[in-house]
Design a protein around this ligand. Structure first.
Ligand code: BTN
Length: 246
C-alpha cells in the first residue's frame, strides 16, 4: 500500500509516455501542489541533457507536481532536494546509496536512479526514476557497466515510493520555512564520496579534468582544475576518474 503524505493525490497509470510529460499536462490543466503521477511503464521516459530514460518492468517511475511558495532562484535546489529525499528515505535499508553531482543516485560507481526537474508555467515537476529491477533482456551495452538495480532489501515499489514521498515532503517543508541551509548540509553529506576525487567535466566546448573540492550554496560543484583554478560547475556531466596508482 502506498502511504501518501497529507495533501497529496495519486494518479496511477498503467502506461504513459513520461510521468514528467503527464505531470506537465496536469499542471497546465490546473492540478494542484501535491499531485503524484506514477506509471507502471513509460514509453518515452526522459533523462537529463535530453537523454532517454529506460524504465524496466517493475521499476519505479513517478513525478511530483509542486507549487512551492519560494523565490524563483531557489527552484533549482528542488532537484537536489529530490536526491536527498531518495538517499535519506532509503538509507535505513540501503546504507551504500550516495549522490553523484548533481543528483545521480548511485551505489558504488553504478547509477541506480535519476532525477529530472522541469519548470512549466510556474509549476515544478520533479521526476524520479529508480531501478528496482534490471531490464528483462539485461542492460543495453551502453549502460552495462554503469547502471544497476537497487538490492531487493530496499523493499517493494510501494514502500520505496512511500519512503521517498515522506522524506521529500518533510525536507521541502523545512526548506520553505527556514531556507536552504539544512538541505545543503544534507546534500553535502550525500555527495561526500565525490569530494577529493578526480573527475572530468563535460559541459562546455571542451571536457576538462580536475579534483572535486566541494559544493557552493547555489548547488554548483566546485572543481579545482589541473592548472589550480577553482571552477564552479553549474551544468553538464561530471565523470569520476579511476584512482591513479601512486
Ligand atoms: C537522469 O537522466 O538521470 C534523469 C532520469 C529521470 C527519470 C525519471 S522516471 C520518472 C520521470 N519521468 C520521466 O520521463 N523522467 C523522470
Amino acid at each position: 500500500m502506498i502511504r501518501l503524505p497529507a495533501g497529496h493525490r495519486l494518479l496511477h497509470l498503467d502506461r504513459t509516455d513520461s510521468t514528467n510529460a503527464e505531470a506537465n499536462r496536469q499542471a497546465r490543466a490546473g492540478a494542484e501542489h501535491g499531485l503524484v503521477v506514477l506509471a507502471d511503464g513509460q514509453d518515452a521516459g526522459r533523462g537529463r541533457q535530453g537523454r532517454a530514460w529506460l524504465t524496466a518492468e517493475g521499476s519505479l517511475a513517478f513525478s511530483l507536481l509542486r507549487r512551492p511558495d519560494i523565490a524563483p532562484h531557489l527552484a533549482s535546489l528542488w532537484s537536489l532536494l529530490a536526491g536527498v529525499a531518495v538517499v535519506d528515505g532509503l538509507r535505513a535499508r540501503c546504507p551504500d546509496l550516495w549522490l553523484k553531482w548533481p543528483n545521480d543516485v548511485q551505489i558504488g560507481h553504478r547509477k541506480v536512479g535519476g532525477i529530472l526537474c522541469e519548470w512549466d508555467q510556474g509549476a515544478l515537476v520533479v521526476g524520479i526514476g529508480l531501478n528496482l529491477a534490471p531490464p528483462a533482456g539485461g542492460w543495453p551495452p551502453e549502460l552495462e557497466h554503469r547502471a544497476a538495480a537497487l538490492p531487493p532489501d530496499v523493499g517493494s515499489r510501494d514502500e520505496v515510493l512511500s519512503a521517498v514521498l515522506e522524506h521529500f515532503d518533510a525536507l521541502e517543508r523545512v526548506t520553505v520555512r527556514v531556507g536552504a541551509g539544512p538541505l545543503m548540509d544534507r546534500y553535502r553529506r550525500c555527495l561526500a564520496p565525490m569530494i577529493g576525487e578526480r573527475v572530468t567535466v563535460d559541459g562546455g566546448a571542451e571536457p576538462w579534468a580536475g579534483r572535486v573540492d566541494g559544493v557552493e550554496d547555489s548547488g554548483a560543484l566546485v572543481v579545482v582544475d589541473d592548472a589550480g583554478a577553482r571552477r564552479a560547475v553549474l551544468a553538464g556531466d561530471v565523470h569520476l576518474l579511476p584512482a591513479q596508482e601512486p
